[in-house]
Design a protein around this ligand. Structure first.
Ligand code: ZN
Length: 474
C-alpha cells in the first residue's frame, strides 16, 4: 500500500503523490510566540515530526519543512506593552522557549523557520497582486487597513465547506472600512497606541501584516507557488487556513495540495487553555516527567484524535517507555551492535503508518516486537534478539522515541564499534569461563574473572547467564 493521508480540504483519504518526485515541501503553521508553550501548544510539532520522519525514513523523500514564527500580532503587542518590554524582545524570549521545548521533545529542527516581521516585502508584494486582480482594497474609510474582498472570490469557504452566507463577520478590524463584514485584514494600519517599531511603510500607509497573510507569503517564498502539504492544529482551519488559501489562490498561486490538521490536547474534554496555569507548561512538566516519556505521550495517539490529559496517562507512557528501554538495554547487552538503519520495517508497521499515520497500530506492532524480543532473550535465541532489536530501533526512530538516541540521556546506547569488538572478545572469554565452571575447574574460572577484572570488567552471574559491565558504569 502506498502512503495515504486524510486531506481535510476534500475530507477524504488520498494517496500521497508529491509534486516533484522524491521531494516533499511542507508548511506547518508555527506558534504565535506570546507565552511559554504548554503541551497543547506543542502537540502539532510532534505530530508533524512523525509525518516528516515517515516521509523520510519510510518513503525516502527529501523533506523541506518550513515552520513559521508569528512574532508580530495583537497579543504580542498587548502583553509586551503590559510588561513594559519591547514587542520584539517579548516575541524572541518566547521563540527561544518554544525552540527549547521542541528540542527537548526531540522534534527535528525545521529546514527553516521564517519570522513574520522579517518578510514584510513579500507580504506587500502579495497584497499588490491581490489589489491588481480586484480581490483586495484599501479600507473605504481611509483608515489605512487593506482587506481581502471575500465576495470577489467564489471559492471562499471551500476549504472548510462553508457557504459565505453562513459565515460570521471577521472580527479582526473595525468593520467601518469594509465592503463586507466578512472581509478580513491583509494589512493593519499603524495605531498611535502601538510602537512605531511595530509598523512598516507600504504604498497603503504604515502598518503591520494581518496574521493570515504572513503564512501565504512565507510559504510562497520558501516552497514555491504550489507545494505539497500544509499542516497545523485543527483550530487553524477557519478562519486562518481558509483565508490563507483564498488569498494565495486569488493571487494566482496553486498553494497547498494536501491539508492536514492535528487534534488538541484536552482537559475535561475542553481545549487546553492558559487558565490552567503553569502546570502543563512544557518546561515545568519536564521537571517531573522525562522528555522521552512526554514525547511518547504526545505522539502515542493518532494525530487527528483528541488526547485527554490525565496524570494517569503520563504514568502509562512511562511504563510503555520503560518496557521498550528495558528490552533495548538487555538486547544490546546480549548481542551488541545492530545496524537498525538498514532494517526493513515490519509489514504491519508500514501498513499502519501508510494508513494516515495510524500510530496506535504502529505502536502495537512495536510493543509486540518487544515482547517477541524478550522471549528470544529468555531462550537465548540471539539471532531473534538481534532481529527484534533492529526492528524496534527502526520503528522507534520513525516515532521519534528511539531510546538509544543520546539526546534522551537514557544511558541506553547502541554499541560503538569498540564496544562491539569488546563484546566479541568477552563472549569467548565468558564461554570459556562457563565451560570451566561446568567442568568444576574453579581455579581456571576464577583466573578468567581476575584477568577481566584487571581490565576493569565486572562479571555478574545472573539466571540468564553471566553479564558484564565496565567498572564504574552500570
Ligand atoms: Zn499559518
Amino acid at each position: 500500500m502506498s502512503l495515504h493521508l486524510f486531506d481535510t480540504a476534500t475530507r477524504s483519504l488520498r494517496e500521497f503523490v508529491p509534486l516533484r518526485p522524491g521531494a516533499v515541501g511542507m508548511y506547518i503553521c508555527g506558534l504565535t510566540v506570546q507565552g511559554e508553550p504548554h503541551i497543547g501548544h506543542v502537540r502539532f510539532a510532534v505530530a508533524f515530526d512523525q509525518l516528516r520522519r515517515w516521509l523520510q525514513l519510510g518513503h525516502g523523500y527529501d523533506v523541506t519543512l518550513i515552520r513559521n514564527v508569528t512574532d508580530i500580532d495583537d497579543k504580542i503587542l498587548t502583553k509586551s506593552a503590559e510588561a513594559g518590554v519591547p514587542w520584539w524582545a517579548w516575541a524572541y524570549d518566547f521563540e527561544r522557549s518554544t525552540t527549547a521545548a521542541l528540542g527537548a521533545l526531540g522534534v527535528q529542527p525545521a529546514t527553516y523557520e521564517p519570522r513574520a516581521a522579517g518578510h514584510i516585502p513579500e507580504m506587500v508584494e502579495l497584497i499588490d497582486e491581490l489589489v491588481k486582480r480586484g480581490h483586495a482594497y484599501p479600507a473605504v474609510d481611509g483608515s489605512g487597513d487593506v482587506y481581502f474582498d471575500v465576495r470577489s472570490w467564489p471559492e471562499y469557504g471551500s476549504l472548510t465547506h462553508q457557504s459565505l452566507d453562513d459565515l460570521a463577520p471577521a472580527e479582526d478590524a473595525d468593520p467601518g472600512g469594509k465592503r463586507d463584514p466578512r472581509d478580513f485584514a491583509l494589512w493593519k494600519a499603524h495605531k498611535p497606541s502601538e510602537p512605531v517599531s511595530a509598523s512598516w511603510p507600504t504604498p497603503y500607509g504604515r502598518g503591520r501584516p494581518g496574521w493570515h497573510l504572513e503564512c501565504s507569503a512565507m510559504a510562497r517564498k520558501y516552497l514555491g507557488d504550489t507545494f505539497d502539504i500544509h499542516g497545523g492544529g485543527i483550530d487553524l482551519r477557519f478562519p486562518h487556513h481558509e483565508n490563507e488559501q483564498a488569498q494565495s489562490r486569488a493571487a494566482g498561486l496553486g498553494f497547498a495540495r494536501y491539508w492536514l490538521h492535528n487534534g488538541w490536547v484536552t482537559t475535561s474534554g475542553e481545549k487546553m487553555s492558559k487558565s490552567l496555569g503553569n502546570s502543563l507548561v512544557v518546561s515545568q512538566m519536564l521537571k517531573s516527567v522525562r522528555p522521552l516519556v512526554l514525547r511518547y505521550y504526545l505522539g502515542a495517539a493518532h494525530y487527528r484524535s483528541m488526547i485527554e490529559y490525565t496524570p494517569d496517562s503520563i504514568r502509562e507512557a512511562e511504563a510503555a517507555v520503560s518496557r521498550i528501554e528495558g528490552f533495548v538495554r538487555r538486547a544490546v547487552e546480549a548481542v551488541g551492535d545492530v545496524t537498525a538503519s538498514q532494517t526493513a520495517f515490519p509489514g504491519a508497521f508500514r501498513e499502519a503508518m501508510d494508513d494516515d499515520l495510524n500510530v496506535s497500530v504502529a505502536l502495537a506492532v512495536l510493543h509486540e516486537t518487544v515482547r517477541a524480543g524478550n522471549s528470544a532473550l529468555e531462550t537465548r535465541d540471539l539471532d531473534a534478539v538481534r532481529q527484534a532489536l533492529a526492528a524496534v530501533l527502526r520503528m522507534a526512530s520513525v516515532l521519534g522515541i528511539d531510546p538509544t538516541e543520546p539526546h534522551w540521556g537514557t544511558g541506553v546506547q547502541e554499541a560503538s564499534p569498540e564496544r562491539a569488538a569488546l563484546q566479541v572478545l568477552l563472549e569467548s572469554a565468558l564461554a570459556e569461563r562457563a565451560e570451566a565452571r561446568r567442568e568444576k575447574d574453579f581455579a581456571r574460572a576464577d583466573a578468567i574473572r581476575a584477568q577481566l577484572s584487571k581490565a576493569g570488567i565486572v562479571i555478574e552471574d545472573t539466571p540468564q547467564g553471566a553479564r558484564w559491565t565496565l567498572e564504574g558504569r552500570s
